[in-house]
Design a protein around this ligand. Structure first.
Ligand code: ADP
Length: 171
């Protein structure tokens, strides 16, 4: 890795935003890859008052913290409101997002253009999902778990335990 280039980059702090209800191995992969590219990565966990998530904001943050324990330059923080406002508040100028199928593209494109309009100084970067996670989403995990399907290998171990506890009342 050429550290010289990274030190000179103006992108020092990157945000990986999302709902993470719950975090999956697809998210972890994007966060890990971002943590290798940028000195500091903040996982921004969106608290949307209009949505009823399966996991509370506190639980989502805690589960992400456990999933990124091996990444010393990654921190986790909840936020409300506009992503660009949160970015400015924590002094980050780069948004890193994962892209799965073409279906992700349209909405991500819209969000990136809107964020650029609101805050031209903030850049958005996309990373392609790894092949094995291209079909993976938090909603698919919840659906699988709810109907007794295996989610092993698709989410961090702590998430697997937490989700089983939710649906089956067991740890
Ligand atoms: P989801 O779409 O699963 O509910 P989020 O809203 O938490 O997830 O998504 C946060 C970011 O993570 C988005 O940029 C989304 O495209 C990305 N992402 C979600 N799942 C994956 C995956 N399996 N591989 C790569 N990126 C992903």
């Amino acid at each position: 890795m050429n550290e010289g280039i990274i030190m000179e980059s103006k992108y020092v702090k990157a945000i990986c935003p999302g709902s993470f209800d719950p975090i999956t191995n697809g998210h972890v992969d994007i966060i890990e890859r971002a943590s290798q590219l940028f000195p500091e990565v903040v996982v921004g966990v969106l608290q949307n008052p209009h949505k009823k998530p399966l996991f509370s904001i506190e639980d989502r943050v805690d589960l992400i913290k456990l999933a990124v324990l091996h990444l010393p330059n990654v921190s986790v923080c909840a936020f409300e409101g506009l992503l660009v406002d949160f970015a400015r508040k924590i002094n980050a100028n780069l948004i890193v997002k994962g892209l799965r199928a073409i279906s992700d593209f349209e909405i991500e494109f819209q969000m990136a253009l809107n964020n650029k309009r609101l805050s031209p100084e903030i850049e958005t970067m996309f990373m392609m999902t790894r092949n094995e996670y291209s079909f993976l989403s938090s909603s698919m995990i919840k659906e699988l778990a709810q109907f007794g399907g295996s989610i092993q290998g698709l989410v961090p171990t702590e998430v697997e335990k937490a989700i089983h506890k939710k649906f089956c009342g067991m740890s």
